[in-house]
Design a protein around this ligand. Structure first.
Ligand code: 5GP
Ligand code: ZN
Length: 109
C-alpha cells in the first residue's frame, strides 16, 4: 500500500467508494465525477503508479484486467459498446497515480 495514494485508501476501505466488482487482484468502483452515465474505474490492488511503470511481471495482471473489462461493462448494461481509457503521466492527463482503466458508456437495450 502507498500511504499517499487515494486509490490504495479505497482498496483498504479507508475512504468510501461505490465498489461494483472485487477479486484478489483488482477492484472496480464508480468514478466520483462521472463523465458518462456509466463511468467506472478498474484498478489493480497492487499499487502501480502508471502504465509507464509496468513491466513483464505485470503482464498476467494486466491481461486479467483487460479480460474483466467487457464482463463488468456487460453487467452495467453497456451492450452497445463502451470506451476504455488509460491516462498515463501528467502529459497524458493522469491525475491519480495508481494505474486505472476508465470504463465509460451509456446503457443500451
Ligand atoms: P485520471 O485523470 O487520473 O485518469 O482520472 C482519475 C479519475 O479518478 C477521475 O475521473 C476522478 O474523477 C476520479 N477520482 C479522483 N478521486 C476520486 C475518489 O476519491 N473517488 C472516486 N470514486 N473517484 C475519484
Ligand atoms: Zn495506490
Amino acid at each position: 500500500m502507498n500511504e499517499e495514494c487515494i486509490f490504495c485508501k479505497i482498496i483498504h476501505r479507508q475512504i468510501p467508494a461505490a465498489v461494483v466488482y472485487e477479486d484478489a487482484d483488482m477492484l472496480c468502483f464508480k468514478d466520483i465525477h462521472p463523465a458518462a452515465p456509466v463511468h467506472l474505474l478498474l484498478i489493480p490492488k497492487a499499487h502501480l503508479d502508471s502504465l509507464t511503470h509496468a513491466d513483464e511481471t505485470h503482464a498476467d495482471l494486466l491481461g486479467k484486467m483487460m479480460v474483466k473489462v467487457p464482463q463488468i461493462a456487460r453487467e452495467h448494461g453497456l451492450n452497445a459498446g463502451f470506451k476504455t481509457q488509460i491516462n498515463t503521466g501528467k502529459g497524458g492527463g493522469q491525475e491519480v497515480f495508481h494505474l486505472h482503466i476508465h470504463i465509460l458508456g451509456t446503457p443500451a437495450p
